[in-house]
Ligand binder design. Sequence first.
Ligand code: ME8
Length: 652
Amino acid sequence: MAKFYLTTPIYYVNARPHLGHAYTTVVADTITRYKRMRGFDVVFLTGTDEHGEKVARSARLAGVEPQAFVDDVAAAYQRQWKKLGLDYDRFIRTTEPRHAEAVKKIYRAVKKAGYIYKSKYQGPYCVSCELYVTDPTPEGNCPTCGRAPEQIEEENYFFKLSAFEKKLLAHYEKHPEFVQPETRRNEVVSFVKGGLRDLSISRTRFDWGIPMPDAKGHVFYVWFDALTSYMSGIGYGDTGPGASEFERLWPADLHLVGKEIVRFHAVYWPAFLLAAGLPLPKTIYAHGWWLFEAEKMSKTRGNVVRADPIQRVVGADGLRYFLLREMVFGQDGNFSYGAVLTRYNSDLANDLGNLVSRTLAMIERYFKGETPYPSAGADRSPEDRDVADVAEKTITGFLDAFDRYEFSRGLEAVWGLVAAINKYLVETEPWVLAEDETRRARLGTVLWTAAEGLRIIAALLVPVMPAAAEQIWQQLGFDSDVAATRLDSLCWGQLSTGQRIRRADAVFPRLEREPAIEQMRALEEEAAGAATTQGGPVAEEEKTWITIDEFAKVELRVAEVRTAERVPGTNKLLKLSVDLGSEVRQVVAGIAEVYAPETLIGRKVVIVTNLQPRKIRGLESNGMIVAASVGDHGRPVLVTFTEDVPVGARLK
Ligand code: ME8
């Protein structure tokens, strides 16, 4: 059996899992299930990227040891994937000893081959991206995140990336499938053609990393460390029995990544591997971004949406279907709760769900719940043949699309079949045939045809909606495991007759649109609130002191409320404009249940003024109003002064 080894990026523990991370993992899980049904022996790896200066700083801010910090977030990722039913085979954490062994092993191989030297770096460095800013923006900022870099001077170990320019270009030329899709490949080729500079792969500014062998005070650069996880997770560096797995699985067949990290995967990673004399992965496929309110969903921008609230309303399969159907793989996609509901109600509840329930209801009513006989003779009509033709074409079209990772196109093909069967039922009118005893054979053919179509649909949907596909399969009366179906041999005409169907509840019950959207939003706000108020992994009793310098980072100022109005469609939120003396800002605050907007005008309040701006209900909130949280329900009580204070005064 041919092997297929695929990976997601290992996620950075500075953020908790959001929909963007869920997307890559859902895609990987879908490919895993699909390839298994195509007969491959699949291994799917994911994990967490836990080292680096940013993580150490975050842990310090949270008042915990880095290891406690990363343990907590790594566990949150694993919990999230389990909740979504994402069935990875291997999970690698870069703080595991087996991973450190692997990083040291590849480093030694690269060094032995003569590609490492020591030199000095002096210049700008972006702490947020953990990158030397060699090509700053015109304002001198980091080209990736736009933040101002810090000036640093470091003695580092460098990797001779420049030595690989020609080899990499030759590889891209010979293996056009190496970087996908085409647009990303072109970007990578022109980047390499523009010339490669050597890369510093050690750091001395901090120690939260894997110590470099024979280089006191140096830890590995996070990307040298992180990329190696694709090998450490399957036994590279293992001196025991685990090593054979690496022999069997490497090179990876597919690295799935977001488009912002293509360069690391398609330039640095193959160069490290070539230097170490190791085979290169077959394909790096870069997908686009989920945009929310027209920007990339990310923790830094504060516009994240979590998977959990959506899953709780439309189910894990509803979410998976939305992610794969709505976004053309490789391109960016716009997220909105409304779009989730439209897909759910129209494609799942209406088109597919109704087809399942009415077909099964008629088999139950007219054939005592047993799949009827299709007629081979006079009662066969061209319409039956048409459905069979569409089904055969759907199978081929679906396989072709999924082989190319064109999920949205593959699903469109399946919905073409759903539509064809719905149309067929409307045209053949089985409910009319049922009234005429002489048309019983014809009725049997029609319902068998619809049920056979559903069998094919259920099998094709397994990779995308495993639970729903299994439910439909069971309802059709099968005892076997639908995921064991081999897609290569799926074809029309295999549904047995006389099979007892098992009608059950609707697979996708219809949802009331506005309440469902409201529920997803409310759950998201609750989750966002929990994430900020709980603030990470610190258990109450473990809380440690912060220094005066850390406190001084929080800028609290007196402001006067100029305007206040309710945010439409919510009970809790007010939109305020507050005067800070030097500027007037918009702040969205969850105090509407306690404070009527008109009572706030002219009132002095306290605002956290240097909090990352974030969007709440599409409205920018540039600061946070300070209030005591009282009682079990956290009733807000605004901070007030008994003496007069000028607007803009800082609280220290
Ligand atoms: O980059 N839309 O980790 P990371 C779609 N640790 N996908 C998104 C997304 C969005 N808005 N936001 C994130 C790292 N992703 C490194 C990787 S690999 C050796 C090291 C997905 O936690 C996307 O796949 O920042 C992206 O590549 C990944 O999450 C980045 O995760």
